[in-house]
Design a protein around this ligand. Sequence first.
Ligand SMILES: Cc1cc2nc3c(=O)[nH]c(=O)nc-3n(C[C@H](O)[C@H](O)[C@H](O)COP(=O)(O)OP(=O)(O)OC[C@H]3O[C@@H](n4cnc5c(N)ncnc54)[C@H](O)[C@@H]3O)c2cc1C
Length: 473
Amino acid sequence: MTTIAIVGAGFSGTLLALHLLRNCAQDTHVVLCERHAQFGPGAAYATGNPNHLLNVPAGRMSAFHDRPQDFLEWLGAQDGTAMSVAGSFVPRRYFGAYIRHLLLQEIKRPSNAGRLKLVRGRVTALAEEADGFLLTLNRKRSISADFVVVATGNFPPEPPPGADPALLMSSSYRADPWAVDAFGGLDPDAPVLLIGTGLTMVDGVIELLDRQHRGPIHALSRRGLLPRRHPVNVSHPAIPARRQSFPTQLRALTRLLRQESERAEANGGCWQSVIDQIRPFTQDVWLDMSFADQQRFLRHLRRWWDVHRHRMAPNVADRIDQAIAERQLHLHVGRIDALTLTQTGARLTYRPRAGGDMATLDIARVVNCAGPGCDFERLIDPLIASLLETGMVRPDRLHLGLDVTATCALRDREGAVSNRLFAIGPVTKGAFWEMTAVPDIRRQCEFLAQHLGTLSKTMPPPQNPTFEDIASA
Ligand SMILES: Cc1cc2nc3c(=O)[nH]c(=O)nc-3n(C[C@H](O)[C@H](O)[C@H](O)COP(=O)(O)OP(=O)(O)OC[C@H]3O[C@@H](n4cnc5c(N)ncnc54)[C@H](O)[C@@H]3O)c2cc1C
């Protein structure tokens, strides 16, 4: 019998489990470990707020690339009406329910009886054994596995620079924007600061507006870039690209995207369609790009790429525009100098990007919406800390996640490639860059399931004697 343990049951871990059950031999068992109560939705799709919408149209959110209608069909079966329109942006919690439904179906399949074990608990450490791994979980439990896949997904943002530790420890600061209590217990007239101006900040503003918050909402980032909106009219004509290829030199690629966007707009199309045309190829382009260009991209263009690539649903964008027009939402552009605890909450001092004197703001609560933390050496997470400490993994050289090969195998501290320890999802962004959205992750899960299916058949059987066993015999 072969056991494959998956750490994390968000979209990535859950989908991988489904594919493993389908791809691996009948004597392969899958153990899916999740620290939270729900298996399936993960951080992105657990939100209870019906106005937190998918930022990808429903028609592109199928869990299976070869069955593109699957999510739409499931939506249609729920209420059979407008919700199942391919271009619509539906509540994210529906997608969470869809993933849970897929998991349940798989559990019920008679051929899977006894092959999938759901373990609720936090994996805190991993130890190599002669015949695989021993996973340590909270409440003094442990699991043995032949293969392990790290699918721990998105971590909360890193603490803001210049923040007073006393503030970070206080109830005026919320480190995790996805936690249920991030916006709870606030005076509706109190001023709030959201750090960051990306999609997480957008979620935060929607949450506050839905809670009838009346006080000022401040959002601060170094460049003040807001995510762009999806076009309302998705039937814009697709303007075919003039070239059949994408350059992998950053300068040439940027020039091409600019020119094509201008041409699309001039011909009655939209720039969004140009970005969408490169999406299926972004991983190939990234893998071929020189390290120097990857660094340049992250330093100078990353924020621009993010706001054009990860866009707001039109309804959401309308509400953000309205909050700005009504002067409830204030966007500040600058660099944090200090963030300190006060009698009434917190005080922000920042240096405006436009120059001039330091600016200050007094706020009742600070919510860190700066986007997922990905510098693994700075994360506060027992499992990641233990993996790094024992040298079983290392950060990728761009510090976007963990160092993996093109086949998702983790590299250890010396760079050696593991044949039993793998990673999927946002953890692998350093290797693939675009490994965030469902269309990218679903392909990765399919691929890794096939790969592990083959490996589990061809790997030597476990219980090989160790050198110590032989020496002492
Ligand atoms: C707020 C938000 C909205 C998004 N919206 C969209 C969208 O509309 N469309 C889209 O395509 N993409 C969206 N994304 C991108 C999203 O990253 C992916 O779609 C996908 O959900 C990532 O899944 P994941 O399983 O890798 O990570 P996660 O969803 O973060 O799941 C990881 C899971 O691992 C568990 N875990 C972590 N550590 C441990 C441990 N040590 N032991 C046990 N369990 C552990 C966590 O509890 C969590 O459930 C969004 C992301 C976010 C953050």
